[in-house]
Design a binder for this molecule. Structure first.
Ligand code: PLP
Length: 473
């Protein structure tokens, strides 16, 4: 019995497990195995089969055995043989299915909304494919052999060095590369910190935030305490006995303002006084339009703040790379939570991002996208001023989304009308902390509009549709 993985892409282009067993000798066994591989879909129509000689060598059978098996299957219609293009699986190799046995279909992909204005995604059509590919190529060419072994849970040194330089320059972060731990994004950082028991609750969070993050914290057994918001950001004066606070200081998510300078200082004072920690979610800090970006709070006291960032807004949420900049006292626990080897952030992707940042491609991409988003923001503001002047636009100095204030009591109906018109977006209520009582602060009505989400060609139509969803003044 010969049992073999034929897996050389050069020869066959697909992983193929051929098991030569059963009665009737090798030729019959090979015919059965190939027929089975075609019938089962492991050899797709059009796939080129290995030349007689190499398959014979792999299976340890005579060349003629393979030639005879191929000829038999050509005669049966499973394979086709053409001069110059070798032997391939026939395009209609699959026998008709018996009646009464309906074909298994993959479910049709759900049709998305006509106009996607949900927050949370950059314009992914702007992904810098050519520069990313160039970085990947260089990273692969230059990677030492040890890079292909198990990864260091702290992350590749090349990436940590590139990030330390970039974060200091662009975000005012104070750190050395050995205080950076690479992760797969903000959600992963929260898991490491709280599921990994590096930090414990109760944790103060902004009264409006991503439900996914609250759920993740709840799942880790962490009680979250909502902090009210006003026009200067989170009311950090309300912090009391919590062990930490999670903030989005550069651009409150989702309401949109920066944390006031006085409050940035006050939250550090609170953390020092109570031996607490600030977790800074710097999710879209690069995208500020009218002034210089607001620097990270981490720069005020690197021993009191854990800064977390990722490429999900700046590049793509598909890349799954992020970073934590940690006070020294958490380093060992975070690394222990990550495990002995890197199990989350692909090392080759890390090397690619390191090159992408160090070569200046990241800066160039952010600048290009900042211009694009600023243009979109301006078009949004202009369209609303023209067609819905009674709607106030807020939170647009930075970020990839805006909040459109609605008359009290109209949010749910407006979101529903938008849905019927094919416009996907969320109301502010979707982000409110469930334990934030109306008595603490009445819930404002508003729409959260992700103006970065549609590709460039679809934006004008999305704006046009959006202008049709508002209640009359
Ligand atoms: C408030 C907020 N924090 C963090 C992130 C980034 O999450 P992740 O890095 O897990 O993709 C996002 C979305 O991109 C976000 O909206």
């Amino acid at each position: 019995m010969a049992d073999l993985w034929v897996n050389s892409a050069e020869r066959i282009g697909a992983d193929l497990h051929l098991e030569l067993s059963g009665p009737g000798g090798r030729r019959a066994a090979l015919i059965r195995a190939l027929r089975e591989a075609v019938r089962g879909g492991r050899l797709a129509p059009g796939t080129r089969l290995p030349p007689y000689r190499s398959l014979a060598a792999d299976l340890g059978v005579a060349r003629n055995t393979v030639a005879d098996a191929y000829a038999e299957l050509v005669a049966e219609g499973w394979l086709t043989a053409r001069q110059g293009s070798g032997t391939r699986v026939a395009e209609r190799a699959l026998p008709p299915r018996p009646a009464g046995n309906p074909p298994v279909r993959t479910p049709p992909r759900a049709r998305g909304p006509l106009h996607d204005l949900r927050q949370g995604t950059p314009d992914v059509s702007g992904f810098p494919r050519a520069d990313w590919l160039a970085s990947y190529r260089r990273a692969l060419q230059q990677a030492p052999s040890e890079a292909f072994g198990p990864g260091d849970p702290a992350g590749r040194a090349e990436l940590r060095e590139a990030l330390a330089e970039y974060l200091a320059r662009a975000r005012g972060v104070r750190c050395e590369p050995d205080r950076i731990v690479v992760c797969s994004g903000f959600g992963h950082a929260l898991r490491l910190l709280f599921e990994g028991r590096v930090l414990r609750g109760p944790l103060a969070v902004e009264a409006y935030g991503l439900p996914f993050h609250r759920e993740l914290l709840g799942g880790a057994g962490v009680r979250t305490v909502p902090l009210p918001l006003d026009e200067d950001g989170a009311r950090v004066d309300r912090l009391t006995r919590e062990r930490g606070v999670l903030l989005t200081p550069a651009h409150q998510f989702p309401t949109g303002g920066p944390l006031h300078a006085g409050r940035r200082a006050a939250v550090i004072d609170w953390a020092r006084a109570r031996d607490a920690v600030v977790v800074e979610d710097d999710y879209d800090g690069e995208f500020r339009y009218d002034r210089r970006p607001v620097g990270a709070v981490q720069g005020l006291d690197p021993e009191r703040v854990i800064l977390v960032g990722s490429v999900s807004k700046s590049l793509s949420p598909a890349v799954r790379l992020g970073w934590m900049v940690l006070p020294e006292r958490y380093m060992a626990d975070v690394l222990a939570a990550k495990g002995e080897r890197e199990a989350w952030a692909g090392v080759l992707d890390q090397l690619c991002l390191a090159d992408f940042v160090a070569s200046g491609s990241y800066d160039r991409h952010v600048r290009r996208m900042r211009q694009r988003y600023r243009g979109r923001r301006d078009r949004l503001v202009a369209a609303l001023a023209r067609r819905a002047p009674h709607i106030e636009v807020t939170g647009v100095a930075a970020g990839l989304h805006a909040v459109l204030r609605l008359p009290p009591g109209t949010e749910a109906a407006t979101v529903e009308r938008a849905r019927r018109l094919g416009v996907a977006l969320d109301g502010l209520a979707a982000f409110r902390h469930p334990q934030h009582p109306e008595s603490a602060a009445p819930a404002p009505d508003g729409l959260v509009v992700g103006y970065a989400t549609p590709p460039e060609h679809a934006y004008a139509a999305a704006l046009d549709a959006l202008c049709g969803v508002f209640p009359d003044p």
